[in-house]
Design a protein around this ligand. Structure first.
Ligand code: GUN
Length: 288
């Protein structure tokens, strides 16, 4: 039976450390790191994510500003708001919750955010910096996943890491981070031939596809470490359930260590958002 990696506990410890640093920043420099969160529309899952992010800010002493915009918001209106927040010296971090309604072009929005305030790490400048190994603000989910992996395994050098999924938010930045840790990295995706056979070679398997329980026990090498990034809501036995991309029960009989859903990567994503907001506030004020 695999070790269950407790992402919630790791995130709590990280947040305790950040709370101390934030209070020090307040005392020594009269600075309160502040995050602006924008939610367009009424997607229920996004509402939960935004609420959790704002709650964490409050716990840590990070200022939070919530902008809830109507589902009919135009791209111009959203870009205007971003422009105001870019120029507002009291705002250190800007997060626009994705996905956005169809009338708004996500890419234009992401690239309108001041890269220094882009705490999601999605801006071209930040993703480009990550790709060449000059990390600035790094996307929260891959960063949190890497922290769990290093805590579990120590040095990752030489390990074969297989990342399932090639999104700009998780798959690609995850692959960059693992490469920086000297892993041999393979990305597999919907057009990959014989995904299972490639996954079975992985010492580290990161699942980021958004398909409930797609990773079966026969995709996993005995002794592998499995990071499940998926958060899928399904209806099962008349109940609403939150499940990952990994078929947890059978895979946990094969893997050496595995993150659960919920309580694995999810809390780490939010903790890393807090980490990035503190880092952005420091950098904007000439502190390292
Ligand atoms: N939607 C799903 N994941 C994310 C994320 O990490 N950041 C933002 N802004 N939206 C998301």
């Amino acid at each position: 039976m695999a070790t269950i990696i407790d992402g919630k506990a790791f995130a709590d410890t990280l947040c305790d450390k950040l709370t101390g640093e934030i209070s020090q920043l307040q005392q020594q420099h009269q600075l309160t790191p502040t995050l602006a969160v924008v939610l367009v529309g009424e997607d229920p899952a996004s509402q939960v994510y935004v609420r959790n992010k704002v709650r964490r800010c409050e716990q840590l002493g990070i200022g939070s500003i919530e902008h809830r915009l109507a589902p009919t918001t135009t791209q111009t209106e959203l870009l205007d708001l971003i422009d105001r927040m870019n120029r507002d010296g009291d705002v250190n971090g800007i997060l626009v919750q994705l996905p956005l309604p169809p009338q708004i072009d996500e890419k234009s929005v992401i690239d309108a955010i001041d890269p220094a305030k882009d705490v999601d790490g999605f801006h071209l400048i930040n993703s480009g910096a990550l790709a060449v190994g000059e990390n600035r603000l790094v996307p929260c989910t891959p960063l949190g996943s890497l922290m769990l992996l290093k805590d579990q395994l120590g040095d990752l050098s030489g390990k074969h890491a297989v990342v399932i999924g090639r999104s700009n938010i998780v798959g690609k930045p995850m692959a960059s981070l693992l490469l920086q840790e000297n892993c041999t990295v393979t990305i597999v995706h919907s057009r990959t031939r014989d995904i299972e056979a490639i996954c079975r070679q992985a010492d580290i398997l990161v699942a980021a596809v958004g398909i409930p329980r797609i990773v079966k026990a026969n995709w996993v090498k005995p002794g592998a470490t499995v990071i499940d990034v998926g958060i899928n809501r399904i209806e099962e036995e008349g109940k609403n359930r939150l499940v990952g991309d990994v078929d947890f029960e059978p895979v946990s009989q094969v893997a050496a260590a595995i993150t659960p859903v919920p309580g694995g990567v999810g809390p780490m994503t939010i903790a890393c958002l807090m980490y990035n907001t503190l880092a952005a506030a420091r950098a904007q004020n000439g502190l390292n």
